[in-house]
Design a protein around this ligand. Structure first.
Ligand SMILES: Nc1ncnc2c1ncn2[C@@H]1O[C@H](COP(=O)(O)OP(=O)(O)O)[C@@H](O)[C@H]1O
Ligand SMILES: [Mg+2]
Length: 278
C-alpha cells in the first residue's frame, strides 16, 4: 500500500490515507453495554490518532476496554456515540455491509488463539478469505489464483515449505505465522492483533514480533494489544487504557535488540497492576 495517496477512495476498495490526515482518527468514542445501573462504558470518550505506518501497542489492565477498542477500529462493531474516521471516511455511520467490505478489503486480524481451521492445510487456511471477497481488486480470482496469492503470503512469513501442513503439524509460532499470512492475504492497510503472543512461549513471541516488525518496516500499520512489556517494546507508540479511557500515550523508539524491552515500557506495564492470570 502506498503511503502517498492524496484522496480517500472508498469506492475503489481500500482507503488510502493522505499526507494530511491520520489513518485512524477517533473523537469522543463511546461504547456502552447494557442499560440503567447495569450499564458498562467499555469505551468512555476515546480520542486517538494513528498515522499510516505506525506501530502501536495498546496496553491496560483486564477489562480496561482494549478489545472493545480493537473491535471498533476493526469495524467489527459500531460505537454507541462519537466519531471514528478511517482515512477520513466516517466509519461510525456505515451500514453493516459497508463495514464488512472494509474488513474484508482493508484490515487483517490476528488473534491470540490463531483461529485456524484444524483439518485444513496452511495453504487453504490462508486462501479461505479470498473466497468471500465480494468486491475490490481481489474479488473474483480463480481458485488457482487464490492459491497462488496464498502461497506468496505463506512464503512472505517464512512458511513456503509448509503449505500442506495442518495446524496440528505446526508449532504454535508457525500456526500464528499462518494466521498472519491469512491476515495479509487481502493486502490490508492495517493489521490488528489482539494478544497475538498470548499463547506463545518467549522464543515464539520474539519470532512473531520480529515478523510484525518487518511488516511494519515494509509500511504496514500495525496495532497490537498486549500486556507483555517485551511485546509493547516493539511499538513506536504505547497507548495505555484504564476504565475505558486513554490515560497516557507514550512515544518510544523501536527495540534495538531482539526480545529486550525498554525499561520505560517495562515500568509502564508493571505499573498497570495487570493480574497475572491474564
Ligand atoms: N459484549 C459485551 N457485553 C457486555 N459487556 C462487555 C461486552 N464486551 C466487553 N464488555 C465489558 O466492557 C469492559 C471492557 O472489556 P474489554 O474491551 O474486553 O477489555 P480488555 O480487552 O481490556 O480486557 C469490561 O468491563 C467488559 O466486561
Ligand atoms: Mg481483551
Amino acid at each position: 500500500m502506498g503511503k502517498v495517496g492524496l484522496v480517500s477512495v472508498a469506492a475503489l476498495g481500500c482507503f488510502k490515507a493522505s499526507f494530511f490526515m491520520p489513518l485512524i482518527h477517533t473523537h469522543n468514542l463511546v461504547k456502552s453495554y447494557g442499560t440503567g445501573v447495569q450499564q458498562v462504558r467499555a469505551l468512555d470518550g476515546v480520542d486517538l490518532d494513528i498515522e499510516q505506518g505506525d506501530f502501536v501497542a495498546i496496553i491496560g489492565a483486564s477489562g480496561s476496554g482494549k478489545s472493545t477498542f480493537m473491535n471498533m477500529i476493526g469495524c467489527l462493531d459500531s460505537p454507541t456515540s462519537g466519531l471514528y474516521e478511517l482515512a477520513g471516511q466516517n466509519v461510525s455511520q456505515m451500514s453493516i455491509d459497508e463495514l464488512a467490505d472494509i474488513r474484508s478489503q482493508c484490515i487483517g486480524f490476528v488473534f491470540q488463539q490463531f483461529n485456524l481451521l484444524a483439518r485444513t492445510s496452511a495453504l487453504d487456511n490462508v486462501a479461505m478469505p479470498l473466497q468471500y471477497m465480494r468486491s475490490g481488486k481481489l474479488a473474483g480470482l480463480s481458485k488457482k489464483e487464490q492459491k497462488e496469492h496464498a502461497r506468496n503470503r505463506l512464503a512472505q512469513v517464512g512458511l513456503g515449505d509448509r503449505l500442506s501442513h495442518t495446524p496440528s503439524e505446526l508449532s504454535g509460532g508457525q500456526q500464528q505465522r499462518v494466521a498472519i499470512a491469512r491476515a495479509l492475504v487481502n493486502d490490508p492497510d492495517l493489521i490488528l492483533a489482539d494478544e497475538p503472543t498470548g499463547a506463545l512461549d518467549s522464543k515464539m513471541t520474539v519470532e512473531i514480533m520480529e515478523l510484525l516488525k518487518s511488516l511494519n518496516q515494509g509500511g504496514m500499520t500495525v496495532i497490537v494489544v498486549t500486556h507483555e512489556p517485551d511485546v509493547a517494546a516493539y511499538a513506536n507508540q504505547v497507548v495505555i487504557f484504564k476504565d475505558g479511557k486513554i490515560i497516557e500515550i507514550k512515544q518510544q523508539h523501536q527495540t534495538q535488540a531482539k526480545g529486550t524491552s525498554s525499561l520505560d515500557t517495562a515500568q509502564l506495564v508493571s505499573n498497570l497492576d495487570v493480574p497475572s492470570a491474564l
